[in-house]
Write a protein of this length. Structure first.
Length: 267
């Protein structure tokens, strides 16, 4: 999926209530995506699994029924699965998506296994084994506004798949971003905003694994230069920037000092 397509899917409305789930049914859209960046991304994923395995893969024996079921489900889509010592490693080397596996706990769904080669500023080792409320700790008001809705959505998945997107603006195009910059992102001056700021979007799906009962959460990272967003959806973004709260702007990576630079550049 090229930027012209996925940029059109970004939600650029400033919500009255935030955060919100923003989910919809996948319907006839593909579950997994393959695009022109596949070769480059799969090479990077293979490198990360070889050299930073503990940072990108957690696959306990207790997750084996679910990981094997997931691998079979991916094979059924026609994806060619490569080599690897375990189901999640093989998927990590073969598919552009990351996979997080959730098991139902007493109160919430819990993150129990994952291959996460392209994290958006969070570390797998710090979140594994935790309920989703703790996984989403950095999201403001998640416990009171989203926790129950997310739990209910996962409980009710049955045989359908749901889709959502988020987006961020960062001065960093690295796909592997496990850390938040100390002190925040550097501010890009107005004349360089178009080329040195990057729009990073995660296409996320939630789907039930029918045999194990676990839920698979897929994350597909897509990126483009900020200039492309402004060329295609400039008026909408400028309105979003004007109407959104400082808290929301900060959440997507746009610190107050960066707002004025973007406004100066975009007119």
């Amino acid at each position: 999926m090229e930027p012209a397509v996925w940029l059109a899917e970004l939600d650029l409305t400033a919500p009255e209530t935030w955060p919100r789930m923003g989910t919809r049914s996948l319907k006839d859209q593909p579950w997994l995506l393959v695009d022109s960046s596949a070769a480059q991304e799969l090479a990077l994923r293979t490198e990360l699994l070889a050299n930073r395995r503990d940072d990108v893969l957690v696959e306990p024996a207790s997750a084996a029924p679910a990981t094997m079921e997931l691998e079979s489900m991916v094979r059924a889509t026609g994806v060619a699965i490569g080599d690897g010592l375990s189901p999640l490693e093989r998927l990590g080397r073969s598919v552009q998506e990351d996979f997080c596996l959730l098991e139902r706990g007493e109160q919430e769904w819990e993150l129990k296994a994952a291959v996460l080669c392209f994290p958006s500023r969070w570390r797998l080792a710090a979140k594994i084994g935790r309920p989703l409320t703790q996984v989403h700790g950095p999201t403001p008001r998640y416990p009171e506004l989203l926790a129950h809705r997310v739990t209910t959505a996962c409980d009710r998945l049955e045989d359908r798949t749901i889709l959502r997107r988020n987006w961020f603006v960062h001065p960093d195009r690295a796909l592997f971003q496990p850390n938040r910059p100390a002190g925040g992102d550097r501010v890009i001056p107005a004349e360089r905003c178009g080329d040195e700021l990057w729009v990073r979007s995660e296409r996320q799906t939630l789907r039930r694994l029918p045999d194990s009962g676990w839920v698979v959460f897929t994350i597909r990272v897509q990126q483009c230069r900020f200039r492309e967003l402004m060329q295609r959806r400039g008026p909408e973004f400028r309105e979003w920037l004007e109407r959104s709260t400082e808290e929301l702007r900060s959440h997507v990576g746009i610190r107050p000092e960066q707002v004025s630079e973007i406004q100066a550049w975009s007119g």
